[in-house]
Design a protein around this ligand. Structure first.
Ligand code: GDP
Length: 162
């Protein structure tokens, strides 16, 4: 049984999710968290924070050559706080991307977060890591203080009631 449990645990992965300033201002935080909880993903770290320019630039480094880079960084830095989260689960990276939907809200399926709540490309409510490799990088970038709760042994017997 011990072996079986370990094999199962190794399929677990973590992803980084950020509720963007428009999502926080529009009070979408509970709606977003509810969706991931109902999918039985596990919230492993969460903080509300304003974003320093340096962090925003590092986060969007890949887009630094694009024309949108400046506006995007300005938006994240100056529009209000974000909520940074770590979610864990099987195949969580890809599934969260699917639940979020396409970058441009008008291209999204209605049932996705951006499809339902996104306004435009900048105010598209939420960010989720693109791949497992990027997720690991983003978790390290946004949670440099190290593990908050996710590696601590806790008594989680209440999961039996799932
Ligand atoms: P995502 O992974 O779906 O968020 O998309 P990308 O990584 O390609 O882009 C990152 C973010 O940049 C998006 O979520 C948008 O907020 C923003 N963005 C992407 N393309 C554009 C664009 O053409 N114009 C503007 N203003 N913002 C964009």
């Amino acid at each position: 049984a011990e072996k079986k449990r370990r094999r199962k645990a190794s399929k677990m992965e973590k992803t980084f999710v950020m509720i963007k300033p428009d999502g926080v201002q529009r009070r979408l935080m509970p709606e977003i968290i509810r969706r991931f909880e109902e999918k039985r993903f596990t919230l492993k770290g969460m903080k509300m924070m304003s974003v320093e320019r340096d962090l925003a630039e590092k986060h969007y480094e890949e887009l630094s050559g694009e024309h949108v880079f400046g506006r995007l960084v300005d938006y994240i830095v100056s529009s209000g706080p974000v909520v940074a989260m770590i979610w864990e689960g099987e195949n969580v990276v890809e599934t969260v991307r699917e639940m979020i939907g396409h970058t441009r809200p008008s291209d999204c399926e209605y049932a996705t977060i951006r499809g339902e709540f996104g306004i435009d490309k900048i105010r598209n409510v939420i960010h989720g890591s693109y791949s497992l490799e990027i997720a690991n990088k983003e978790i390290a970038l946004w949670f440099p203080e190290g593990p908050l709760v996710w590696d601590k042994k806790i008594n989680n017997h209440w999961h039996k009631f799932d």
